[in-house]
Ligand binder design. Structure first.
Ligand code: MN3
Length: 196
């Protein structure tokens, strides 16, 4: 069975005014869909056809199949990114907040580290909050289509910092987009559900 484009977990206009409907239409319906279509094309008729997405990403990584790794990694990343945002998102509470305070010192220190990774990623890529292999939370970034689970442990939250994620709404102002993500969109219930 080929992969299907994961439907957005909310309406295309649900993240307005922070992310426009137009951005979501391009980003989900065209960019994300293209990664799904290309992945399906690459695995058609191979032993990977019926495998779970994560397995395909890891196998492509091991085999240094850069084309399949890029495309399938981007499918995984976008599925994860839509879930990393929610209308009315923003600041963490309760156990999740306590956990950030424990591992970063404070929420503000976390936000500073995450923003530094997101704005410091040169060119296209992703910034992540991960639970590292040592169990501690950390902010990391990855280039291009690399999903954080390949080298950094368990992803909890991500922001897409490819220009297509923000250019229509913020043009070159990536730092503003990162602020909006942190202040108004971050889905902490999703992040907490991933904690081990
Ligand atoms: Mn994208």
């Amino acid at each position: 069975m080929p992969f299907e484009l994961m439907p957005l977990p909310y309406a295309h206009d649900a993240l307005e005014p922070h992310i426009s409907k137009r951005t979501m239409e391009f980003h989900h319906d065209k960019h994300h869909k293209a990664y799904v279509d290309k992945t399906n094309e690459l695995i058609a008729g191979t032993a990977l056809e019926s495998k779970p997405l994560e397995e395909i990403v890891l196998k492509a990584h091991r085999d240094k199949d850069q084309m399949l790794f890029n495309q399938s990694g981007q499918v995984w990343n976008h599925d994860f990114f839509w879930n990393s945002m929610t209308p009315g998102g923003g600041k963490p509470k309760g156990d999740m907040l306590a956990r950030l305070e424990k591992d970063f010192g404070s929420y503000d220190e976390f936000a500073k580290a995450f923003k530094a990774k997101a704005t410091g990623q040169f060119g296209s890529g992703w910034a992540w909050l991960v639970q590292g292999k040592d169990g501690k939370l950390a902010a990391v970034n990855t280039p291009n289509g690399v999903p954080a689970f390949v080298e950094h442990g368990t992803p909890l939250l991500t922001i897409d910092v490819w220009e297509h994620a923000y250019y229509l709404d913020y043009q070159n102002r990536r730092p503003d987009f990162v602020d909006v993500f942190l202040n108004s969109l971050a889905n902490w219930d999703f992040a907490a559900s991933r904690l081990k």
